[in-house]
Write a protein that binds this ligand. Structure first.
Ligand code: NDP
Ligand code: OXD
Length: 309
């Protein structure tokens, strides 16, 4: 059995070593050294070029190296009958929760203001509400959204989550579907987006959404750039409807040097690093899942391609 590894980030050695630690018999072939296409039964990939995966006639499953699978379903030649599995692993989840907690605290504790004041050597204490009086809204209550929401609730914030179906998270008020969208936004001071980008969610962070939030709100997008209408965010920041944003993902990556986000005084930019799959814990999940399939059990974390996540 051979597994094809393909990533645009050079972590092939770490991944091969981690996969072999859990399955010493696994043969890992790193693209472009795939050998005979007929040997490849599994693919573990991040942003493979369009049409690559259809070259392997005996593929049994495609594993995404990330939680998101938009980089795969955008391929019109993706083999239609091969299960697509997204990455769910504890290292990735912990990384995202750290990022979200850090970002919320940066805005809650007014760090953008303090960093600007430091430049001017200005000494002043700014008022900050109690966490219990700061309302956080987390869009997406899946693996990542639920964990981040629970951690924020643990810090004492007033947290709500928004999802399609009921996803009870202790300490978090649940809102479901379009019917409760406005109610969710109207009680949200800091909006955290952890939705997948799909036909339904593309562009959901737009002028109308920002306008439904209380004035002076904050947006944190750690999911996908395609969820946000970037010009609408700039306008909302310009008008004061929003007072800040933390952006880890962009409609075009890497963010071009002339993009206004880089120098905007109310925007914190990070280079799509909110959460990165950890080879050690990720490899274990992939090997366990292959063992499940080989022993006739159903695969875990299979994507519903029609639904888009
Ligand atoms: P999950 O599939 O576990 O969760 C997705 C959540 O979004 C679910 O709660 C789902 O609702 C909800 N959702 C989907 N569509 C809608 C909709 N139309 N209306 C309301 N809710 C909706 O995904 P993960 O939590 O694992 O990951 C989320 C995203 O985070 C990934 O798709 C990826 O794009 C991004 N990501 C970004 C990273 C980064 O470094 N910046 C790193 C890792 C992931 P329901 O529960 O009802 O199904
Ligand atoms: C992911 C990502 O989807 O890193 O895991 O963006």
């Amino acid at each position: 059995m051979a597994l094809l590894f393909k990533s645009d980030v050079d972590r092939a050695e770490q991944w091969s070593a981690a996969l072999k630690r859990y399955d010493p018999n696994m043969e890992v072939r790193v693209w472009p050294d795939a050998g005979s296409p007929a040997d490849i039964e599994y693919a573990l990939v991040w942003k493979p070029q369009q049409g690559l995966l259809k070259r392997f006639p005996n593929l049994k499953a495609i594993f995404s190296l990330g939680a998101g699978i938009d980089h795969l379903v955008d391929d019109p030649e993706l083999p239609p009958n091969v299960p697509l599995v997204r990455m769910v692993e504890p290292g990735l989840t912990a990384g995202m929760t750290e990022f979200v907690v850090m970002s919320v605290l940066m805005h809650h504790r007014r760090m953008i203001d303090y960093l600007a004041m430091q430049k001017d050597k200005m000494w002043a204490q700014l008022p900050v509400p109690l966490a219990a009086d700061r309302r956080i809204g987390v869009m997406g209550q899946g693996v990542l959204g639920a964990d981040a929401a629970a951690a924020l609730a643990g810090l004492g914030f007033d947290v709500a989550g928004w999802s399609r179906s009921p996803r009870p998270v202790p300490g978090v008020t649940g809102f479901q579907g379009p019917v409760f969208w406005e109610a969710f936004l109207s009680r949200t001071d800091i909006l955290v987006c952890l939705l997948p980008v799909t036909k339904e969610t593309r562009g959901i962070l737009n002028a109308k959404t920002f306008g439904l939030m209380p004035k002076g709100g904050v947006v944190i997008n750690a999911a996908r750039g395609g969820l946000m209408v970037e010009d609408d965010l700039l306008s909302a920041l310009g008008s004061g409807q929003l007072s800040g944003a933390s952006l880890d993902v962009f409609s075009y990556e890497p963010l071009v040097p002339e993009h206004p986000f880089w120098t905007h005084p109310r925007v914190i930019v990070t280079p799509h690093c909110a959460a990165i799959t950890v080879p050690e814990s990720g490899a274990r999940v992939v090997v366990d899942n292959i063992r499940r399939l080989e022993s006739g059990q159903p695969l875990m974390h299979v994507v519903d391609i029609k639904r888009g996540y």
